[in-house]
Design a protein around this ligand. Structure first.
Ligand SMILES: [Zn+2]
Ligand SMILES: [Zn+2]
Length: 445
């Protein structure tokens, strides 16, 4: 990240690197030439101070996770550096064996915070690049084990057996609930971490851990969290079933449904612009796209790009990954008649739509150097399955003009089966002449 000339740390107000050469950093949703730059050590001092005042309250973790300036989470290396500093601070301040149970809970909060960061980083790496996240995974699982063993010790030391049956308003019940939520969190994250191995075996282990977490959340009536675990379990079950069965169509709808529920659950739990919801939205959109539901995918990704840009800014990881996927969503694939087995990407119309500009033929994977641009008469172009199209020039079915849909099948006499975005509109068999490629989706409503 380039630090603009004259930027200064908003804690100590010094410009540029400090005497020890510590550079200014910024990796949150702050934007512009001056907002939000700071020395890591200044953020750490500030967070130490804040969390000492806020020990044993939800705000204990906030100053380590969220930038006080833009109120959004830190990301990437900065978030990890701060999470590590948080754990060190909490362990030194509150981690002695003779410390009280409330002190130990502070340590558990810091472990939880770092586990979340590691999980976020690992999952975004595995989604958007193939960098080795093995080291992070080992560290994450070590921290989870540490947290779970603290939970076990706490249960024993406080003799918590049976507390869950105390009246809901009692101190015992509430304490038991708090420890239970830590435990469920640990199991849930273990499941998420195991899932990175992407083997049949790790898949099943993930399911087991999500189950454990779900049971505990259920026990304490945490409906949303238990629903979240439920949707993870369903996705993993659908995935292992998919690799076992040939009935891909049934499975595809199954997977859409699970991923959609997962996205909607996250939306409800964390809000649209949270990193977790965005990742779930992109996962859902990718599957939609792979199964030729391009319009739906493009609509979702467009919304994610706009919202992420508004809240996190154009340089943010969330925005970049959403934009990358939007590019893919906007690719329009076509064939040229007579069909010789080649696919092309349509780029735009020229001459009032008489000519379509293409690039191709497309190889798998694409090699930009081997592709060339060509101009083809539009009546020789056939959109492929999933390509968004708009009806025009229909006379007897004029109500369909301007309606967008995608191609689902080829019929006789140059007709194509079109399924409309507007589900109240029945699929129709439309002549190729009456269809144009929708390079931009019309705004809804
Ligand atoms: Zn500073
Ligand atoms: Zn910020």
């Amino acid at each position: 990240m380039a630090v603009p000339e004259g930027a200064s740390c908003y804690f100590c107000l010094d410009e540029g690197p400090d005497e020890e050469g510590e550079p200014l950093v910024r990796d949150c949703s702050c934007r512009g030439d001056s907002a939000g730059f700071a020395h890591l050590s200044c953020i750490v001092h500030y967070a130490e101070h804040k969390s000492t005042l806020e020990a044993n309250s939800p705000a204990f973790t906030t100053s380590w996770e969220d930038c006080p300036n833009c109120k959004q989470p830190y990301q990437n290396k900065l978030s990890l550096d701060l999470a590590s500093a948080f754990v060190s601070f909490a362990e030194v301040t509150y981690g002695c064996p003779e410390n009280s149970k409330w002190d130990k809970i502070n340590v558990m909060h810091s472990l939880r915070s770092k586990i979340i960061i590691l999980n976020n980083i690992m999952h975004s790496k595995s989604l958007y690049s193939s960098q080795d996240s093995g080291m992070l995974k080992v560290e994450c699982e070590t921290l989870i084990k540490k947290l779970l063993s603290m939970v076990e010790r706490m249960k024993k030391d406080e003799k918590m057996d049976g507390w869950v049956h105390m009246p809901r308003t009692s101190f015992e019940y509430n304490f038991c609930e708090m420890i239970g939520v830590f435990e469920a969190f640990g199991y849930g994250c273990f499941g998420a971490s195991m899932s990175l191995d992407k083997t049949e075996e790790s898949n099943n282990t993930s399911i087991k851990y999500f189950e454990k977490a779900r049971i505990i959340y259920n026990l304490f009536g945490k409906k949303k969290k238990s629903k979240e675990m439920e949707s993870h379990i369903e996705i993993f079950r659908a995935r292992s079933a998919k690799s076992n069965e040939d009935d891909t169509n049934v499975r595809a709808t199954d997977i859409f449904e699970k991923l959609r529920i997962n996205y909607e659950t996250k939306l409800e739990l964390h809000g649209l612009t949270s990193v977790v919801t965005m990742a779930a939205g992109l996962d859902y959109a990718k599957v939609l796209l792979n199964y030729n539901h391009g319009i739906e995918a493009e609509r979702i990704v467009m919304k994610l790009v706009t919202e992420s840009c508004r809240v996190h800014g154009p340089e943010h990881n969330c925005t970049k990954s959403a934009e990358e996927l939007l590019e893919v969503c906007k690719e329009r694939y076509v064939m040229v008649l007579p069909y010789r087995g080649n696919l092309f990407q349509a780029l735009r119309y020229e001459n009032d739509g008489e000519i379509c500009v293409l690039t191709g033929p497309l190889a798998e994977p694409r090699k930009a150097d081997d592709e060339r641009m060509l101009q083809v008469a539009s009546d020789l172009i056939r959109p492929t399955f999933g390509c968004p199209v708009i009806c025009h020039g229909l006379v007897s079915a004029s109500h369909l003009n301007g309606k967008v849909g995608h191609v689902r099948a080829f019929h006789k006499n140059s007709r194509l089966a079109v399924h409309f975005e507007d589900k109240s509109q029945k699929p129709a068999s439309v002549k190729a002449d009456n269809l144009r490629i929708a390079f931009e989706l019309p705004t809804k409503g």
